[in-house]
Design a protein around this ligand. Structure first.
Ligand code: ZN
Length: 246
C-alpha cells in the first residue's frame, strides 16, 4: 500500500491543497498524525477534508485544545489566542470529530502513528539522542511522528541511532529504502507550519510493500495563506512565520 503521511496541517488549506496536487496519483491511502487545526485560517475546511479522506487519524495537542477538550493555559500566548479563535469557528460536527480522534500509537498495515513520541503524545523528538530514548517504547519497527514541525528521520540499530537526510532547499524529495533489523522514527514535516527554515509544505510517502519512504517538500502560495490569517484577525506572528518557515 502506498500511504500519504500528513502531520501538523494546522488549518492551512492552501498548503494542504498544494500537497494533494503534488502527491496526486502517488498514494492509495491517507493517514494524519494530528494537529489538524490551530494557528491557521481554515479549520472547518481542513477538518472536513481529513474526516472524509483519512483512513486513520490520531489527535494532536491542538486538536484537543481547539475542540474544547482541555484547559490550554500551558499554550503560548499566540497558540492560545488561535485556539480560542478556532473553537469559536469550528462547527459542532467538526469539533465532535476532533474530540473523537484517538491518541497514538495507532497501527496500520505494519507501521505506527504517534503525534509526539511513542511514549507520550505531547513529547518532542528533536534529535537522534531523543529518538534513541524512545527505543523501549517503540510500538514496531516503523513509526511516524509529528509535533516538532521539523521534517526528519532517525534510524536505530544495535544501540546506535543516526539522522537521515531530508530534501535540500532545492530538492523536491529524498527517498530511502528501509533496511532490515532497523527501527525508524520518521517525521513527514508539517504541511501547514514548517519550522525547519524551509517554508515549503512537508509530507511523506511510504510504500509498505517496497518499504520505501520519501520525504517531500512543495512550495505553496504562502502570501495568500498569510493574508488569510491576518484577515481572520489572528496574531500577525502566525502569518509572518509561514514566510520564514520558522
Ligand atoms: Zn503542531
Amino acid at each position: 500500500m502506498r500511504c500519504l503521511i500528513l502531520a501538523d496541517i494546522h488549518s492551512n488549506l492552501i498548503a494542504l491543497e498544494a500537497v494533494l496536487a503534488d502527491a496526486a496519483g502517488s498514494y492509495d491511502t491517507v493517514v494524519c498524525l494530528g494537529d489538524v487545526v490551530g494557528y491557521g485560517s481554515n479549520p472547518n475546511e481542513v477538518t472536513a477534508w481529513v474526516k472524509a479522506n483519512a483512513a486513520l487519524a490520531i489527535r494532536g495537542n491542538h486538536d484537543r485544545a481547539c475542540s474544547g477538550d482541555e484547559a490550554i493555559e500551558w499554550f503560548t500566548a499566540h497558540a492560545r489566542t488561535a485556539a480560542f479563535w478556532t473553537r469559536s469557528k469550528l462547527s459542532p460536527e467538526n469539533q465532535e470529530y476532533l474530540r473523537s480522534l484517538p491518541a497514538g500509537p495507532a497501527a496500520l498495515d505494519g507501521f505506527h502513528l504517534v503525534h509526539g513520541s511513542p511514549a507520550d503524545e505531547d513529547e518532542y523528538i528533536a534529535n537522534k539522542n531523543e529518538a534513541a530514548h524512545q527505543y523501549a517504547s517503540m510500538p514496531g519497527e516503523v513509526c511516524f511522528f509529528g509535533h516538532t514541525h521539523i521534517q526528519s528521520g532517525f534510524a536505530m540499530r544495535n544501540g546506535k541511532a543516526w539522522t537521515m537526510d531530508k530534501p535540500a532547499p532545492n530538492d523536491a524529495a529524498r527517498c530511502y529504502e528501509l533496511e532490515p533489523d532497523t527501527w525508524y522514527l520518521l517525521n513527514p514535516g508539517s504541511v501547514g507550519q514548517p519550522r525547519d527554515g524551509d517554508p515549503r509544505a512537508g509530507y511523506a510517502l511510504y510504500d509498505t510493500v517496497k518499504r520505501v519512504v520519501a520525504f517531500h517538500r512543495v512550495a505553496y502560495d504562502v502570501t495568500t495563506a498569510r493574508k488569510r490569517i491576518e484577515a481572520a484577525g489572528l496574531p500577525g506572528f502566525l502569518a509572518s512565520r509561514l514566510v520564514l518557515g520558522r
